[in-house]
Design a protein around this ligand. Structure first.
Ligand SMILES: Cc1cc2nc3c(=O)[nH]c(=O)nc-3n(C[C@H](O)[C@H](O)[C@H](O)COP(=O)(O)O)c2cc1C
Length: 189
């Protein structure tokens, strides 16, 4: 059965640098026989977790009636989840973080429903490197999430791209995203 990859694109620019990397990753993964769905979070109604803790009782889902309700089953059904986000103010975008906060409802007394899945990161920033841009904070955040929920942090592609079109001018960056798509769905040898 083909692997399923879900890309959560947290950029407000529908055709920006993050989207360019997501297209490359999609091409790499589909080239290797995977099914890929890309979600543009900015268009969705995703409200902040209100910490009601209803979801912390086993069997209860999240009570907030918004577009996360359609995303939960897609996440459960995926083998790989890709967070695709630009760096905003030295961190993930608010769109990405709103979605991730709501993963709280995927915990049960046994385990996190995401345990055993792969997580990958596509990230662009305007500054010159991981440290000046704040990208390192995003990596630290996602690494911590993976440890907490039991996911495998399976790959990162990041690079400098400020204006729309910049990522496409960097063939090495585009190629890295394509190759990550292939790697994420490659059979375990
Ligand atoms: C509100 C805002 C905050 C930003 N903060 C940072 C930052 O902290 N570090 C950085 O290197 N670039 C920052 N940038 C630049 C974006 O990361 C960069 O333009 C990126 O290419 C946007 O990706 P996109 O084209 O997919 O939207 C910021 C841009 C905006 C609009």
């Amino acid at each position: 059965m083909s692997k399923k990859v879900l890309i959560l694109n947290g950029s407000p620019r529908e055709k920006g640098n993050t989207a360019a990397l997501a297209i490359q990753l999609t091409a790499g993964a589909t080239d290797s026989g995977a099914e890929v769905e890309s979600i543009y979070l900015h268009d969705l109604d995703i409200r902040p977790c209100d910490a009601c803790d209803f979801c912390q009782e086993d069997g209860n889902g999240c009570v907030i009636s918004d577009d996360m309700q359609a995303l939960y089953p897609k996440m459960r059904d995926s083998d790989v989840i890709v967070i695709a986000s630009p760096v905003y103010w030295f961190n993930l975008t608010a769109q990405s973080k709103l979605c991730i906060d709501r993963w709280y409802a995927m915990e049960s007394s046994e385990d996190f429903e995401l345990a055993g899945k792969k997580l990958a990161l596509l990230m662009v920033y305007g500054d010159t490197d991981l440290y000046t841009s704040g990208g390192i904070i995003v990596i630290y955040t996602l690494d911590s999430i993976c440890r907490y929920v039991g996911m495998e942090f399976a790959g990162i592609v990041h690079g400098t791209a400020m204006d729309v079109g910049d990522a496409e001018k960097d063939p090495a960056l585009m190629d890295q995203a394509f190759q990550l798509g292939q790697k994420l769905v490659a059979p375990v040898s």
